[in-house]
Ligand binder design. Structure first.
Ligand SMILES: [Zn+2]
Length: 433
C-alpha cells in the first residue's frame, strides 16, 4: 500500500502548497495595496545571528515581495544607484542578485545613526543557507549555513483511537506517523491499526541555530506491537554506497520485494480462481488467472516490484497491457489499461507508474487485472509467501547486531503507559484479504 500512502501524503503536500500559495497571494495583495510599506524594525531575540552581533545594528527583516529587486530594496533604504551598481558588479561571482525569490526572507543590518544606512544585506534562500553581502566600506559577499543541531527524542504510546490522536496527545508531529508507516509499509497495514496497539520510537529532531525547529529528521529505531505481535525496526546504513534501510532485530529487511496491489483500489472484484464458472460462457469453467482490482478510470497503475518491461502492447482480450519481468522467477502483468506509460526494455522501480486504469479489451468495468507468474506459471500472489527483499549480508550482521543492542534495550525499557483513555474504533478500515 506504499504508493497509496505516498499519494495521501502527496495530497497533504498539495494542500500545504495550496495553503502557502494562498498565503503568498495574500501577501502579494497586501503589497499591491500598501506600496510604500516600511520594513518592520525587529528587536532580535538572540544577540547573534548570521555571525553578527545584532545589538550593533538597527536590524530590519522582511521578505522579498513579488516584483522586488535587490536594487529596489537598497534604493528604498537610501543607497544611491551608482553604489548599488558597484555592489552588484563586485559580488556577481558569489551571488547573482536575480536569484532573489519572492517570499524568501532577507535582513538588513543598518547603521545605528539617524540615516540608518544599510551596511549588510543577508538573504535566506532556505531555512539553513544564507548569503551575506557587506558594503559598509569595501564590498564582500559569501555564502554560509546556519548551525544545525540534532536532538534525540523518544516517544511511547498506546493507540486508543488513532495513531494521529496518540501522537497529538503526546505533542509529537504527525510526520512521525508517516515515517513509521513508510518503515512498516510491508509489515503492518496502517489502515488497520487496532485499539491497544502500542509503539515506541527513538527519533531525531532537527534544529537550526539551536532554536528553530525544522522537523523530524529520521527514525533511528522503533517498536510496534500490532495485534499482539512485536515488530522492531532499526535504521542501519551498511556502507556508503547504499542508503540507510530498516531491519528487524534479526537483521532481516523490513521491505518486501512486491507491493500487495498495483493500484489504490476500491475492492477486489474478482480473485484468482481456477474453477470459476461464468454464465456468459454457458456456465463453463473459465479459470480466472488474475486478481481484479476495481478502481476508477485514470487511477495510476504502479509496478509492484523492480523489473524490466517485457511487453507493452494491445490485444483484443487484454486491451492495453504491460508485462514486467522482475527476475528469473517472477513476472507480473497489468491488463485493460486506459493508456500505457512504459516501453519494452525500460527499467522500472517498485511504485513507478506504468499506466492508468481503463476498460480496454475484454472487460465490463474499469479495473486492473493483475497477473502474477512464478517460474512461468500463473499463480495467486495472495496465496504466496512473497519473497523478502535482499537480507542484510552476513559480513555486516555482527556490526549491525552490536549497533542495535543499546537501541533495543532503550526500546524495551521504555514504558507505553498512557493516561488518555478515549475509546473510539479505528477509522478508515480497508480490507484486502
Ligand atoms: Zn482479471
Amino acid at each position: 500500500m506504499e504508493y497509496r500512502r505516498v499519494r495521501t501524503m502527496g495530497t497533504r503536500c498539495l494542500a500545504l502548497i495550496a495553503a502557502s500559495l494562498l498565503f503568498y497571494n495574500c501577501n502579494k495583495d497586501q503589497k499591491d495595496t500598501e506600496v510604500n510599506e516600511e520594513i518592520a524594525e525587529v528587536k532580535p531575540k538572540s544577540s547573534y545571528e548570521f555571525g553578527f552581533k545584532l545589538d550593533d545594528f538597527v536590524v530590519k527583516k522582511d521578505t522579498i515581495k513579488s516584483g522586488d529587486t535587490f536594487g529596489a530594496i537598497l534604493d528604498r533604504n537610501h543607497i544611491a544607484y551608482p553604489r548599488i551598481y558597484e555592489i552588484v558588479e563586485s559580488i556577481k561571482n558569489t551571488f547573482n542578485i536575480r536569484s532573489l525569490r519572492p517570499g524568501k526572507p532577507y535582513t538588513l543590518l543598518c547603521a545605528k545613526d539617524s540615516l540608518q544606512t544599510p551596511q549588510t544585506f543577508i538573504y535566506q534562500p532556505n531555512k539553513e543557507d544564507f548569503v551575506v553581502i557587506n558594503f559598509k566600506d569595501s564590498i564582500t559577499a559569501y555564502r554560509s549555513t546556519k548551525p544545525i543541531k540534532y536532538v534525540e527524542k523518544e516517544v511511547t504510546a498506546s493507540i486508543n483511537s488513532t495513531i494521529s490522536q496518540a501522537l497529538e496527545d503526546k505533542g509529537v508531529s504527525l510526520v512521525l506517523a508517516y515515517k513509521m508507516s513508510d518503515i512498516y509499509a510491508w509489515t503492518i497495514d496502517f489502515t488497520r491499526l487496532q485499539k491497544k496497539d502500542k509503539f515506541k520510537v527513538i527519533y531525531t529532531e532537527k534544529y537550526i541555530d539551536d532554536t528553530i525547529y525544522a522537523g523530524i529528521e529520521n527514525i533511528k529505531a522503533a517498536y510496534f506491537n500490532h495485534n499482539k505481535e512485536s515488530f522492531y525496526a532499526f535504521e542501519f546504513q551498511k556502507d556508503s554506497l547504499n542508503a540507510p534501510d530498516y531491519y528487524n532485530e534479526n537483521a532481516k529487511s523490513l521491505r518486501r520485494a512486491f507491493l500487495k496491489a498495483p493500484v489504490e483500489f476500491k475492492r477486489i472484484s474478482s480473485r484468482f480462481n481456477l474453477k470459476r464458472r461464468i454464465a456468459l460462457y454457458g456456465n463453463k469453467v473459465r479459470p480466472h488467472k488474475g486478481t481484479d482490482f476495481a478502481a476508477g478510470i485514470g487511477t495510476p497503475i504502479v509496478s509492484t516490484a523492480n523489473g524490466t518491461v517485457e511487453k507493452s502492447a494491445y490485444t483484443r482480450g487484454n486491451g492495453n497491457y504491460v508485462k514486467i519481468k522482475h527476475n528469473s522467477t517472477y513476472s507480473t502483468q497489468y491488463l485493460h489499461m486506459q493508456k500505457r506509460k512504459v516501453n519494452v526494455g525500460q527499467y522500472v522501480k517498485q511504485g513507478d507508474v506504468i499506466g492508468w486504469v481503463g476498460m480496454t479489451g475484454n472487460t465490463s468495468g474499469p479495473h486492473v487485472c493483475y497477473r502474477f507468474w512464478k517460474n512461468g506459471v500463473q499463480v495467486d500472489p495472495f496465496a504466496l509467501k512473497l519473497p523478502a527483499s535482499e537480507p542484510l549480508e552476513e559480513k555486516y550482521k555482527q556490526t549491525y547486531l552490536d549497533y542495535i543492542k543499546p537501541l533495543k534495550e532503550q526500546l524495551d525499557n521504555a514504558s507505553t503507559s498512557t493516561k488518555n483513555k478515549n475509546l473510539k474504533l479505528p477509522e478508515n478500515q480497508i480490507t484486502y484479504n
